[in-house]
Ligand binder design. Structure first.
Ligand SMILES: Cc1cc2nc3c(=O)[nH]c(=O)nc-3n(C[C@H](O)[C@H](O)[C@H](O)COP(=O)(O)OP(=O)(O)OC[C@H]3O[C@@H](n4cnc5c(N)ncnc54)[C@H](O)[C@@H]3O)c2cc1C
Length: 571
């Protein structure tokens, strides 16, 4: 795992904030400022004082000379990236009859998290869960303000259930089980849907250890997928970075060059190349270019370390491909690296309340960045955790703001597990605790009088059951009166950039004229046109959901078969 503070990555948070202040405030100017910072300045027309901003990848590298290519591998479908999208694509292309080679620059597969969105799966039917998927897609489009390709969303809606069930059918005979997550956000305004699945190992006892359960999530799914890939005879070449795509003029992509300088391998792929290389969050220059707001987050997590550097986005652009038109790109920014936030009072560095706390983790992560220094705390009292339990068990709360990402449908909130997470966060300083509000404020480093006045005002709101200040639901208003008091620091974390290569419903990469590039496909986080503005957690696990769905469809299409072999859900 890499957990990197943005302040250590060249552009510090403070410097970035100063820049926005000079640039006359606001997110828009922040974007312009960072977007205009040239990586390399080259004279454009010889006139003094003019220059053209150039991002490093805008300079297309020379083709790798034949003398440096020491080996050739012939296949039909070449998949780049052994994450969820790439492994599913490889298996699907193989099943569709193609000879497949899968390469990855790392020495093993990539996996993280575990939530997976799918619509209308067998498990949902078994559990009697039905969802109005048309409404979900309408809300999705609304969330994106219409700036996504609806055809991709409807394709997802129709095919995700069958694609998920197909993965289930692969891995269930090898001991993996599936469950659905019960912790989705259950609010009347911000609403998540019961569409979130996860895999776990047979025999998992679901005892939380500091917020984690051994044996659940994609960390148990990927090794099984890899095992099946090997059994099917699909070659996996690890430690093999793809470096360039092979394309003659406007013709099809016919392969790639991969490996190390001076010792490259040319992979000829007669049916197609599937890009499944994940996102570019570890390439700061790309983040600056496509979503500078993400640089304001406190940290970035990704593992394996720094594999998501947008390599194939760049390779595709060198080969004539284009990025999606909508900018800035959306990013997954959650409160992953700080304290659990819950729906309690949140205050900023001045000790002031600043929002209705009844929103998802993504909204909290983003709105806290508008506060001074991006600092925010959640504040609660001795009854806090039991109030969370009441809210979750009553079905009026939820979302990724508490510590139980594998709470299965049909099970109750686990108080002991949540207490473990709290104890851990107290021991590592993410949560401070005190017997008086004054002492708590001092530990938080916020102005004492202001903070005490804020809590007093909040308690008045709670007593009146009417949040006149920010309109929070009355059933989530709980007093802060009983020592010990707690304050948890909220830290925003970039997980994935979810903008990417321009694509269509045939999963081809498109060029600047929106024409498909023959022989070049994309799936997973490297693909664009699916999200806009923000990452809508209305379907928790949609990142993995699209890896499975579009990974499977891309594999079938690249192998030359019709996706009609995948049953469609009537939506
Ligand atoms: C901590 C954390 C938790 C998360 N939890 C969830 C969750 O619960 N649900 C959810 O939906 N999403 C979650 N996400 C996001 C999710 O992990 C990604 O959306 C998803 O894994 C992307 O999968 P992928 O197959 O597209 O790419 P990746 O999993 O990133 O795999 C890409 C692979 O490509 C390889 N690669 C890259 N460049 C090259 C190259 N040049 N040559 C060869 N190989 C290359 C990499 O080494 C890597 O193995 C989480 C993210 C993080 C960081």
């Amino acid at each position: 795992m890499s957990l990197e503070e943005n302040g250590k990555k060249g552009i510090s948070r403070r410097k970035f904030i100063q820049g926005t202040a000079i640039g006359a405030v606001g997110l828009a100017s922040a974007g312009m400022l960072a977007g205009c910072s040239p990586k390399e300045e080259t004279p454009s027309d010889g006139q003094a004082g003019t220059s053209t901003s150039k991002w490093s990848w805008e300079t297309k590298p020379d083709p790798i000379p034949a003398s440096e290519i020491k080996k050739t591998v012939d296949t039909e479908v070449l998949v780049i990236g052994a994450g969820l999208a790439g492994t599913v694509a490889s298996l699907s292309a193989n099943e569709a009859g193609a000879k497949v080679v899968l390469i990855d620059k790392n020495d093993t597969w990539a996996a993280r998290g575990g939530h997976i969105t799918a619509f209308g799966t067998k498990l949902q039917k078994e559990l009697g869960i039905s969802v109005d998927y048309r409404q979900v897609i309408r809300r999705w489009v609304y969330w994106a303000q219409g700036r996504c390709k609806e055809d991709l969303l409807w394709l997802f809606a129709e095919k995700s259930g069958a694609c998920f069930d197909w993965v289930r059918d692969q891995v269930e005979p090898r001991g993996l089980k599936i469950a659905m997550w019960d912790g989705y956000f259950k609010g009347p305004d911000y609403t998540e849907y019961p569409v979130t699945h996860f895999f776990y190992q047979d025999g998992t006892d679901f005892m939380y250890q500091n917020g984690n359960i051994e044996g659940a999530g994609n960390g148990v799914l990927l090794p099984i997928l890899e095992e099946i890939i090997k059994e099917k005879g699909i070659e996996i070449h690890y430690k093999t970075p793809a470096v360039q795509l092979i394309r003659e003029g406007d013709g099809p992509v016919t392969g790639i060059v991969a490996g190390e300088a001076g010792n490259y391998t040319q992979y000829n792929a007669s049916k197609g190349v599937i890009i499944a290389t994940g996102d570019y969050a570890s390439d700061q220059e790309m983040v600056e270019r496509y979503d500078p707001f993400a640089l304001q987050a406190d940290s970035q997590i990704y593992f394996p370390n720094k594999c998501n550097t947008g390599d194939a986005h760049k390779m595709a652009m060198w080969a004539g491909g284009a990025m999606q038109k909508v900018e800035p790109h959306a990013a997954v920014i959650h409160l992953e690296s700080g304290a659990q936030s819950y729906a309690f009072l949140h205050v900023n560095a001045l000790g002031n309340r600043f929002k209705n706390e009844d929103v998802n983790t993504q909204s909290k992560s983003c709105t806290k960045e508008y506060e001074p220094e991006g600092i925010a705390w959640t504040v609660y009292d001795a009854d806090g955790l039991s109030q969370v339990k009441q809210q979750i068990d009553a079905g009026i709360g939820g979302g990724l703001f508490y510590g139980q990402t594998f709470q299965r449908i049909g099970t109750e909130f686990d108080m002991a597990a949540e207490q473990q997470v709290l104890d851990l966060h107290i021991s590592n300083g993410k949560v401070v605790t005190a017997n008086t509000l004054e002492e708590l404020a001092e530990k938080m480093g916020v102005p004492v009088d202001n903070f005490v006045a804020t809590v007093k005002r909040y308690n008045e709101i709670v007593a009146a059951k009417n949040d006149e200040d920010y309109g929070k639901r009355a059933e989530l208003l709980t007093p802060i009166v009983k020592a010990p008091f707690y304050a948890g620091k909220l830290l925003s974390t970039v997980l994935t950039m979810v903008g990417g290569l321009r694509t269509n419903s045939n999963l081809n990469v498109l060029d600047e004229n929106d024409q498909p590039i023959e022989g070049l496909y994309v799936a997973g986080s490297a693909a664009g046109d699916f999200f806009a503005n923000d990452y809508p957690t209305i379907c928790p696990g949609i990142g993995h959901g699209r890896c499975i769905t579009f990974g499977r469809l891309a594999g079938i299409i690249a192998a030359g078969k019709s996706i009609d072999v995948v049953p469609s859900l009537e939506v």
